[in-house]
Design a protein around this ligand. Structure first.
Ligand code: DX5
Ligand code: ZN
Length: 231
């Protein structure tokens, strides 16, 4: 179980200090938004490069941008350990995944809440992580969309059947109230923005989320999938 805080709700002027406040995190999630793919603008490559210089934490880049085929590879080049692009935006996802691997990063593919799992079936041999959005992307602090949980269960089942080692990340509205349902459905990696950075003690919240995730059990049958896996 991995918890990767999103700095979207942190103080951008002190990003190094904000990252240092969550030593228990398994990585730092950086939300790149271009005001085209999503109706919000955050930061791009120069800021990610500066964050790279400021921390040795694993950097989990979430690109909510048009044309990732063109813009994603430089994030791997500057040393991000994981680069995730949206399947809705990629023109050549297989080519892009291979290019990111060649540049040395892990590869994630993100799906918006209404995007079908069928888009993933050809990509399972090419990627390291699937990110299921549990809010419409664009903003931190939105309420969790339970409707994506059956999709998470389906994705976990596809991954087991294909015998591939792919992390299933959920992003959006992850809190102490929602994280256990996500584990039941089959997720193992969690982005938490507002829950962590709006808390009085962000690192305690990371540890709390971690403990809740570790304590929950995979129950896909609750979300319409056959069989029961392990923790
Ligand atoms: C939403 C972003 C998320 C966001 C999560 O578009 O991709 O990573 O920061 O924030 P919370 O946990 O507040 O929903
Ligand atoms: Zn994100």
């Amino acid at each position: 179980m991995r918890i990767t805080p999103s700095i979207l709700n942190a103080n951008f002027a002190r990003v190094g200090e904000e990252i240092a406040r969550v030593p228990s995190a398994d990585g730092i999630h950086l939300d790149v938004m271009d005001n085209h793919f999503v109706p919000n603008l955050t930061f791009g490559l120069p800021v990610v490069e500066a964050v790279r210089q400021a921390t040795d934490q694993m950097l989990d880049i979430h690109l909510m941008i048009e044309d990732p085929d063109r813009w994603a590879p430089p994030y791997a080049e500057v040393g991000a350990e994981s680069v995730t692009f949206h399947i809705e935006a990629a023109h050549g996802p297989v080519r892009l995944a291979r290019e990111l691997h060649r540049l040395g990063s892990r590869v994630g593919v993100a799906l918006n809440p209404a995007t079908s799992v069928s888009t993933l079936s050809a990509l399972l041999g090419e990627i390291d992580m699937v990110t299921v959005m549990s809010v419409e992307p664009g903003f931190g602090g939105q309420p969790f969309l339970d409707l994506v949980l059956p999709k998470v269960a389906q994705i976990r089942s596809m991954i087991s059947k294909a015998h591939v080692d792919i992390w299933v990340q959920m992003d959006g509205g992850i809190t102490v109230e929602t994280i256990e349902r996500c584990v039941e459905a089959g997720a193992d990696t969690f982005v938490a923005g507002a829950a962590v950075y709006k808390s009085d003690d962000p690192d305690a919240m990371v540890r709390n989320l971690h403990a809740l995730a570790q304590g929950a059990t995979h129950h896909p049958e609750l979300y319409g999938c056959q069989g029961r896996g392990s923790k």
